[in-house]
Design a protein around this ligand. Structure first.
Ligand SMILES: [Zn+2]
Ligand SMILES: [Zn+2]
Length: 243
């Protein structure tokens, strides 16, 4: 009672074991196995979406102890939540404000502008673009976005999953090479489900190598100090990608 609201915990937590082999990392999986991992993400989201209590499903990966991995064996995790998480609602609010102002998706506009600037784009294939985002929060932060406006990751076709596996593997290998197998997190940001009109949201993946500490300034402000500008990170990574 009083001002503290509570709710009962409800949700799901699943671990996706990416390979039967103990010493393989996701980046080094053969392409078809990589595609199977993405297909497993998709299948699990579609299944869990039937439970109307869940509003959001986050898929993420912690690689390396410093990025929070408690197990060596390559795995990713899925968490279904009864509420839309704070960081996602902030992104959605921002995308909505832009949509109301411009009548367009901010992520589509970012892709358009990045294609003109050509200083932060890392790689591109038929369906996806990988880039170091403008004003990146972290050194070598990388985003992967579908080129066409898509709201939900789980709507991806088999062909799109193959393109995604291709580009994600390429980026992970490049990070691995440039930064010597760094700890990293990646997360998939799809739109929330059910009854929410979020057609202006554009799903994406955020990859964050764990190279800096979130410390007093970051906690106190929500601002991030990034010693490696995204344009520079992009140049380094591009060298590894073309090798
Ligand atoms: Zn879009
Ligand atoms: Zn996001």
């Amino acid at each position: 009672m009083g001002l503290y609201d509570r709710m009962n915990g409800v949700g799901a937590h699943e671990v996706i074991i990416e390979t039967p082999q103990h010493d393989l990392t996701l980046a080094h999986l053969p392409l078809q196995d990589f595609i199977n991992v993405l297909q497993a993400y998709k299948d699990r989201i579609i299944d869990l979406k039937q439970d109307k209590r869940f509003q959001y499903i986050l898929i993420f990966k912690n690689h390396g102890q410093a990025a929070g991995a408690s197990l060596d064996h390559s795995h990713s995790q899925l968490i279904a939540l009864p509420i839309i998480p704070k960081r996602v609602s902030e992104e959605i609010r921002g995308a909505n404000a832009y949509y109301l102002y411009r009548d367009r998706c901010i992520f589509c506009d970012i892709l358009q502008q990045e294609k003109e600037a050509m200083v932060r784009i890392l790689s591109e294939n038929e369906d996806f673009i990988a880039l170091c985002p403008y004003a990146a929060r972290f050194p070598f932060e990388t985003w992967i976005l579908p080129k066409k406006h898509e709201v939900y990751f789980e709507d991806s076709s088999p062909n799109q999953l193959q393109s995604l596996a291709n580009i994600l593997k390429k980026i992970l290998l490049a990070l691995n090479q440039i930064l010597n197998n760094p700890p990293y997190n990646f997360l998939i940001h799809p739109a929330p489900f059910y009854g929410k009109d979020v057609h202006y949201y554009h799903w994406h993946i955020e990859i964050i190598p764990k190279l800096t500490n979130v410390a007093g300034f970051e906690w106190g402000t929500g601002f991030y100090i990034n010693p490696t500008p995204p344009e520079e990170a992009c140049k380094f990574l591009q060298e590894a990608i073309t090798l």
